[in-house]
Write a protein that binds this ligand. Sequence first.
Ligand SMILES: [Zn+2]
Length: 266
Amino acid sequence: MIDSGPLDEDLRTILHHTSHIIMKALVYLFIWLGWNILVSGLSGGFGKVINKQERVYIPPSDDAKCPCHSNKALPVYKDCCKVYHTKIKQSLSPEELIISRFSAYASGNVDYIIETTSKKSVDYDVYIEQKSYETGIQKWKKDLRANMIDNFQYIKIEVVSVNYLKDDQAEVTQRFLAIDRDGIRYPIEETSLVEKNKVDNLWYYIRGNVHRPPADIAPFMNDWPQEVGITVKEADDIDEKKSLQLMKGPGAKKPAKAAFKKPATR
Ligand SMILES: [Zn+2]
């Protein structure tokens, strides 16, 4: 055997240390791989892994009362807004557009809300024009859920008037009632600008001016379908912050960069 000098001793020590490090790295790699295989295996069993913040939309059942509650007769979903939501029938009038959009807010159908928003709207500018289409849509849906859907229950809507500015442009004044998680009622009045698209002949939402309805709203506030089955608190303890959020709509929490002229609302 060849005598190893002091240089070889050092080399041996270095090699020894290096192999230790490599061994450690391999152990970590195996643990990491094992964990990932386990996790993907588990979630694979339950279908697609869903981002925790992503709430899955479950449409109302056909025979449930339509969430718009726009009609005293309380038609069932399949005979009311479903025909718009599923494009069996598309919104043929400004009023149908506004009611079916409200129903979409009430049931968390963000796709319908986005699909019926005009390309002329501020939201379109903010979410779609600035980023890749997919990223923009995802952010838009997330903001709609966080700001407009998750914290409110939408009770009913009434269209007060439709004012045609042109054949293909109208202002729809509506009142709607939302209830927050604490059971506080938020009566809102909005005048929405809607426009008929020349290409597909359908009505789209552009923007809305939102305000608190006049004091004589009491009958509207109290006369809503008991079938909804919600216990509410008195209206005088309205949380101004939340009220503002509802009144400003999904654009309320957007970054300052969105220097839009008017906050987009429902
Ligand atoms: Zn409906």
